[in-house]
Design a binder for this molecule. Sequence first.
Ligand SMILES: [Zn+2]
Length: 127
Amino acid sequence: MAECKLCGKPFITAGPMICPACLKRLDNVYKKALDYLRDHPYERLNAKELAEAIDEDLVDVRALIELGWIERDISTESASEEMDKKRHLLKAFEKELSTLQGQSRKYGSYGYERYGRAKGKVEKDKD
Ligand SMILES: [Zn+2]
């Protein structure tokens, strides 16, 4: 016996943690989702937007993605988007870090040069 992940009803399962009644409902949601995605191939949706678009429960749409039924259409895309964001952040961080390092190096030598020049100027002025 297991509790259905979606409705919480106990049922007998050897596989997915979703009861037959919910699976039947998911099957219907799945068909609607596929139809919608086929009709709007260029729309980039997350689970919530898709659920709203097909007028179904977000829990069901999430379950479909978790089960991998519409993985190719939605979650892979958002996953790679996440990767891109992370890569982008990392790059930005690296850039900032090297800029900071470059600045402190520049600043150090700038101060030194300035000090040296100022000193020389003072001495020159004295002459
Ligand atoms: Zn259920």
